[in-house]
Design a protein around this ligand. Structure first.
Ligand code: NAD
Length: 316
């Protein structure tokens, strides 16, 4: 008999493909799940639940019927799911840390190059008529710059591989990851990394410890005109402090793919900060990673329900 898996409506744009691929083994039903009541209605009779960025809090977990044995998080971060509450009910949570490592690292590198080369302003100059190099203001050559990488897990290391050929030096800070990365100087504290880095890219999870790790005090440690890149989680930045530093010129530019609130409020300070390049949480995205994520997430739920084993993701 096939299992039924409930899918948060926004979760899977390629739901029709998944339905045809998994039709024999899992039946996918979709619907909105904003409130615990909606979640209960959707998951009635289901063995599994599949979500992307939908927040699954303790009250959502509480509302799940006993039939649900597994939650598939189609993505990397677990900050949207109350894993402890799931564990307390004996529900496994499977996430997919590997589906878009290259895409996210590419996006961070692309933002680094675009922001340091001021491509957004250069594009605007041509569209408005023409311009001179001096209209762009100061540009520091990457060849004499130090890149600081915070977090040397999967994406941090992939970012280092991409950015190392462009810069004079790469320094990295990650207290829990002592593995040496070739060509990288490790530093022992975040302030030391910040003092040395002309550009900083963040590749850490959002936790109570990392929330607002880049605040006004952290920005003060940076050399004047430094560039900040965040494709990890919005909560890592004190957005008001970052926007103020862009206005004052303390920060020379920022590339930001993730926001405290998504979408950011109309009057969010980052929206009209100078030299900010923004993207709507799409660093993970490519045709291939989208397909990978959907099919890996569904396949892992299917095999977990069948025999407790999974081939792609990780059980939290
Ligand atoms: P990972 O677990 O492989 O690596 C994270 C690293 O951060 C670990 O090595 C850990 O030791 C380190 N770390 C934890 N706390 C730290 C701290 N206080 N200071 C320094 N280092 C610390 O994770 P990953 O797969 O590389 O993902 C990194 C981030 O990318 C996550 O926040 C994830 O949510 C985000 N992400 C974003 C997108 C997107 O589309 N924008 C897509 C995928 C992942």
């Amino acid at each position: 008999m096939s299992s039924m898996v409930a899918v948060a409506e926004e979760a899977m744009r390629n739901l029709p493909d998944l339905r045809s691929r998994f039709g024999e083994s899992i039946r996918l039903v979709s619907g909105p799940i904003a409130t615990p009541d909606e979640l209960r209605a959707l998951t009635e009779g289901a063995s599994g639940l599949l979500v992307t960025l939908q927040s699954i809090r303790a009250d959502h977990i509480e509302a799940l019927p006993d039939s649900v044995r597994v939650i598939g998080r189609a993505g990397v971060g677990l900050d949207t799911i109350d894993v402890e509450a799931a564990r307390a009910r004996g529900i496994a949570v499977i996430y997919q840390p590997n589906y878009a490592t290259n895409e996210v690292a590419d996006h961070a590198a692309a933002m680094t190059l675009a922001v340091t080369r001021k491509l957004r302003s250069a594009d605007e100059l041509v569209r408005a008529g023409w311009g001179k190099a001096s209209d762009l203001g100061s540009i520091r050559s990457l060849s004499v710059s130090t890149a600081g990488v915070v977090g040397t897990g999967r994406i941090g290391r992939a970012f280092i591989e991409r950015i190392r050929p462009f810069v004079a030096e790469v320094v990295a800070y990650d207290p829990a990851q002592p593995v040496e990365v070739p060509g990288v100087t490790r530093v022992d504290t975040l302030p030391e990394l910040l003092r040395r880095s002309h550009l900083v890219s963040l590749h850490v999870p959002l936790t109570e410890e990392t929330r607002h790790m880049i605040d006004a005090a952290a920005i003060e440690e940076l050399p004047d005109g430094a560039v900040l890149i965040n494709v990890s989680r919005g909560g890592l930045l004190d957005e008001a402090a970052v926007a103020a530093a862009l206005h004052s010129g303390k920060l020379g530019g920022a590339g930001v793919d993730v926001f405290q609130d998504e979408p950011p409020a109309e009057d969010s300070a980052l929206r009209d900060a100078p030299n900010a390049l923004l993207s709507p949480h799409v660093a993970w995205y490519s045709d291939q990673s989208g397909d990978r994520l959907a099919s890996w997430s569904a396949a892992d739920i299917e095999s977990f329900l069948a025999d407790g084993r999974i081939a792609h993701g990780v059980v939290a």
